[in-house]
Design a protein around this ligand. Structure first.
Ligand SMILES: [Zn+2]
Length: 448
């Protein structure tokens, strides 16, 4: 709105379990969005909530005889570890619902004063018939809804569209807050309205989340926020489509339900998973298959080999002007694809076509020293968004510095004709998954 800073709110995880790859698809898309906005010169003020009080959390915490905090902190930590493994940039602010109860109470009081609420059995409900625009985001027709019918659950489907709960009266031994509006706890939807507006103002630039949040969650956020302020809540809504697995809906009972940890345990590198999650534009369904995961690994290898060639080959002096133009065209295609509502598939296609052309130019000796700088800059631009070229170093794995150190020692060993030591180092590196290649341009290395 101010031409400089994008104020963005994204619905974060409900920390009752490890997040699954469907959730991570949404968070990866948001990371790509962040990075692209940044590349295009915007500053970011991005807020993500951590939902740490909600139906599922309360059920699970009570079953394990834990407080909300004891229960949720484990999964909050796990979420942040997963996000780091996938190289997701941290939002400027991560905010917990339980740390904003007074603000939620005051928002509910404002809604009460404006006549949007009513009380039933101690709980406070939002009267959706008071907000005629209800349904404008999800384009659902709610005209047949019976006034006064209520729903207490945090999550429900379209068929259940009824007045939703803002403040739930304390039941049995559930955790609760004793507030002027009653002894109870907030509903899920009010959390996001309150935290978004507290940190980003009454109208956000972007609100994003998974497609399944469109209804009821985001519809309810709009109803609450716009009833309070009388202003549009968000200028742009961006929703990541569903992820399905091998053509099927992901579900625990189908045995096709995966967390990041499950896939890493199967031997897949986090950056390979990141690549696959990012490769399909967010507004399309993503069919996650193990064939595609393998293909993602191969794609990354191709790019790494190309980069290795750029970094280690020696090229003849001069500059190939045609190749300079080719590079400029690739940059333009890449940028235009991402400008087009983050068309990541097109952006990747631009890079692979370019790499193919440049590899052939190198093969035929048409790539010169003067072409290096722009070629490298394009790969850097690509990787500043997709971030897959750097291999993840697993715990106990040899680091780049250790590898470089051993290689330097090997070079010295060879100079002093100590071929025994030179071979030892080569084997030692091989055992640790590092391949040395002596090429006519010199020595280079890569991880297996
Ligand atoms: Zn939300």
């Amino acid at each position: 709105m101010d031409g400089k800073t994008v104020r963005m709110y994204t619905c974060g995880p409900t920390v009752y379990n490890f997040v699954h790859i469907g959730n991570l698809r949404t968070f990866t898309f948001q990371d790509i969005l962040r990075r692209w906005l940044h590349t295009r010169g915007y500053m970011l003020q991005h807020v993500m909530n951590i939902t740490d009080v909600e139906d599922k959390i309360i059920r699970s915490a009570m079953a394990e005889h834990k407080t909300l905090k004891e229960y949720t902190e484990v999964y909050e930590k796990a979420f942040l570890e997963d996000a780091d493994a996938l190289r997701l940039q941290r939002p400027e602010r991560l905010v917990r619902a339980t740390e904003h109860i007074p603000e939620m109470v005051s928002a509910i009081q404002t809604l009460e004063a404006k006549g949007y609420t009513y009380i039933s059995e101690g709980s406070i409900y939002y009267r959706i018939s008071k907000f005629p625009e209800y349904g404008k985001l999800s384009h659902n027709d709610f005209s047949g809804i019976r006034a006064g019918a209520r729903v207490d659950m945090d999550e429900y489907d379209k068929a259940d569209a009824r007045d939703f709960v803002l403040w739930k009266a304390k039941k049995d031994s559930e955790p609760s807050w004793n507030e002027p509006i009653g002894d109870g706890r907030p509903g899920w939807h009010i959390e996001c309205s309150v935290m978004a507006m507290k940190y980003l103002g009454e109208t956000l630039d972007i609100h994003a989340g998974g497609i399944d949040l469109t209804f009821p969650h985001h519809e309810n956020e709009i109803a609450q926020s716009e009833a309070i302020t009388g202003k549009p809540f968000a200028r742009f809504w961006l929703h990541a489509e569903h992820l399905i697995v091998e053509g099927q809906k992901m579900s625990k009972s189908m045995g096709n339900f995966f967390t990041l940890r499950d896939l890493i345990e199967k031997g897949y590198q986090p950056e390979v998973i990141r690549y696959l999650l990012a490769s399909v534009p967010y507004h399309n369904k993503l069919n996650f298959t193990f064939d595609q995961l393998k293909a993602a690994g191969t794609a990354i290898d191709r790019l790494r080999n190309y980069k290795l060639r750029l970094d280690s080959n020696t090229f003849s002096a001069g500059i190939n002007e045609k190749l300079v133009e080719r590079t400029a065209a690739a940059v333009k295609q890449f940028d235009e694809a991402l400008d087009d509502d983050l068309n990541t598939a097109e952006a990747l296609a631009a890079i692979f076509e370019y790499v193919r052309d440049t590899n052939s130019a190198m093969d035929s000796g048409d790539f010169h020293e003067g072409n290096l700088e722009t070629a490298r800059a394009l790969m850097e631009r690509f990787d500043s968004i997709f971030d897959v070229l750097r291999p993840t170093v697993r715990q106990g794995e040899i680091t780049d510095e250790e590898i470089e150190g051993l290689i330097a020692e090997r070079v010295n060993a060879r100079k002093s004709k100590n071929f025994k030591r030179s071979d030892e180092i080569r084997n030692q590196l091989l055992e640790r998954g590092v391949i040395l290649e002596d090429t006519k341009e010199g020595m280079r290395w890569k991880r297996k």
